[in-house]
Design a binder for this molecule. Structure first.
Ligand code: LIP
Length: 267
């Protein structure tokens, strides 16, 4: 199958999977939702809905794309034989979802030979679904997404987030202590996928975070790039768990350089 029809099929599958999972999560959230398990710390939580949503998504993908690989936050993992791998965060912003806060999303990316080809981030409470196909732009519905023109760093609204381990949070607070007086302001929304889409929409000037997993940023970073942002990690590096940075050209280099000076990539 050539690139064109494949991209169209992967986008349609991602959109349908994200819509179905989003409906389950929005309409099926138990009033007494609790913590089903914890991961890297007692505040790194999983709910029954994270697990249910990942099961719904992986079952749908197995039906529609049985030869593809899978990587999901809640344990989905298979190599596949097609060269396509789905990277899934069934709820990005789990703590927000647990507390009944609106800023959470279903994030689904399709990689071809290790590179993101399609990305979908569905934010049901916002009523928005962001999508991108590599080389074909980023959209929310019919609206084409474009980053804001790059401001100077001291006029930049910067999103970020924090890890679940106290030691990492202490190191992240030290970076923030230095950066906060140097930018317009900071926003901590609680969902990397939404933060990256906010860069794509121009609702944030830039974003950075240390400690993300591939499922947190795979779709959102593609959407941000297709909206005109640069994405990466430390200078010359791709976005990774070590550090993820996204911003329009002109601001990206300044923000990335300052984060390098502050050691935002270590803890
Ligand atoms: C979340 C990220 C967020 C980060 C949180 C958490 P999760 O992902 O999207 O940016 O600050 O600590 O990692 O765990 O809700 O899928």
């Amino acid at each position: 199958m050539t690139d064109g029809p494949l991209k169209a099929e992967l986008l349609a599958v991602a959109l349908e999977a994200a819509e179905r999972a989003g409906e389950l999560l929005r309409d099926g959230r138990p009033a007494d939702l609790g913590v089903a398990a914890t991961k890297t710390s007692s505040i790194d939580v999983v709910t029954e809905m994270d697990i249910a949503a990942e099961k719904l998504i992986t079952a749908f993908l197995a039906e529609r794309r049985p030869e593809d690989g899978l990587l999901g936050e809640e344990g989905a993992s298979s190599a596949g034989t097609s060269g396509v791998r789905w990277v899934i965060d069934p709820i990005d912003g789990t703590v927000n979802y647990l507390y009944g806060q609106p800023s959470w999303a279903v994030s689904i990316a399709a990689e071809l030979d290790g590179e993101a080809l399609v990305g979908v981030v569905a934010a049901p409470v916002r009523g928005e679904t962001y999508r991108a196909v590599r080389g074909e732009g980023a959209f929310a519905g019919d609206r084409r997404l474009r980053v804001r023109p790059a401001p100077s760093l001291d006029h930049a609204l910067i999103g970020t987030g924090f890890g679940y381990r106290a030691e990492r949070r202490a190191a992240q607070a030290e970076v923030l202590r230095s950066l906060l007086p140097e930018v317009r302001d900071i926003r901590r929304g609680g969902s990397a996928a939404i933060d990256l889409c906010d860069v794509a929409c121009g609702r944030l000037d830039g974003y950075y975070e240390r400690g993300l997993n591939p499922w947190d940023f795979a779709a959102g970073a593609l959407i941000a790039r297709e909206a005109g942002a640069l994405t990466g990690g430390r200078p010359g590096e791709a976005a990774s768990t070590e550090l993820t940075v996204a911003a329009p050209p002109g601001l990206f280099e300044r923000l990335q350089g300052r984060l390098e000076e502050l050691g935002a990539w270590r803890d």
